[in-house]
Design a protein around this ligand. Sequence first.
Ligand code: ADP
Ligand code: MG
Length: 379
Amino acid sequence: MAIIAPGSTIGILGGGQLGRMTAMAARTMGYSVHVLDPDAECSASPVADRVVAAKFDDAEAAADLARHCDVVTLEIEQIGVDALAATTRHAPLRPGVEILAVIQDRAKQKSWLSRNGFPIGAYHEIHSATDLERAANELGPLFVKACRGGYDGRSQARVANASEAAATWESLGNRHSVAEKGLELEAELSVMVARTPSGEVRVFPPSLNFHERQILAWSVIPAPLPAKVVAEAEAIARGIAEQFRLEGILAVEMFLLAGGALLVNELAPRPHNSFHQTEVACSTSQFEQLVRAACNLPLGDPSVRRPGAIFNLFGEHWEAGAPRFERALAQPGVRLHLYGKRGARRGRKMGHLSAIGDTAEDALARVRAAAAAIGATLE
Ligand code: ADP
Ligand code: MG
């Protein structure tokens, strides 16, 4: 299958921080970058050659983007299927419509995973308050998640018991949902896998992730977990990519349970927050890997050269004005990554700090010290 050579143009659906960092990697390799985003001044706009400002379900605008591109990829999976299909009239879309249609709906995603023999936790599909009540009675405390549109814990709710079912169903807008059994987590990890249209597959080692209020707070690679867990996690991610015949990159979020069992939490067919540290830790960043995969180039070496960690910076860290970044940057091995967003709202991802160290624990300790130096601490 043909490669899309450096010098060509890559289209990205979505111009947030993931699109921005992908665009920077693409530009480093000599590609031009066009972006589609509802906001003409999105994070990726300063590093894009063209921004098509349109909604993610605007099929005409998606076609207009693709018409001037040699390949189209994306940084957000919640894009209308008609808009996705419209791009394919002009340029290959990688990852393709079929995998995106499965992943953008939590119910479809879960049934695909279990149909194909991948391990997931107990859940019920929810169409009514009665369904939710039954799920609480059968599974105990629940995480209820709308099938479409959620991220960073949004469009989700917890249900402690059946008496809360009706109110929760209302609060989620009576939307088609999945109710998952609330699990006792030993750890959360994620694996990033890349596959080219020619069928080459490379897997990054797992990252270990820590969430606060259901949002990623910090992440470190390589996950300091037993070799058996690491090997099993990598095999699951590779298996999913091969089964989907993925063209692009895919993050597989996983739960490690106390007994050592691994379960797939959810899939993200794009760059992922828990692999930002590949920019400083690995031979190839996740963003460069996406460019290579989408362009059918040989994939880069995903191995870790130096353990690396990130700590997310949120809008609330701007409450008393811009953080004193120089205090973080004074720490050895620390780098600052800002996404160029105006409007620091609570919960909004504004940037991250990264650090490398001799071990995963060392990298994590350094990035946490740097974050603490600017007042960004865990609750
Ligand atoms: P998002 O799309 O917002 O990332 P997730 O499904 O990954 O949604 O949930 C966010 C976080 O909430 C997870 O990383 C985990 O910390 C917690 N969580 C989600 N589902 C469960 C569950 N079934 N049991 C325990 N914790 C969960
Ligand atoms: Mg998640």
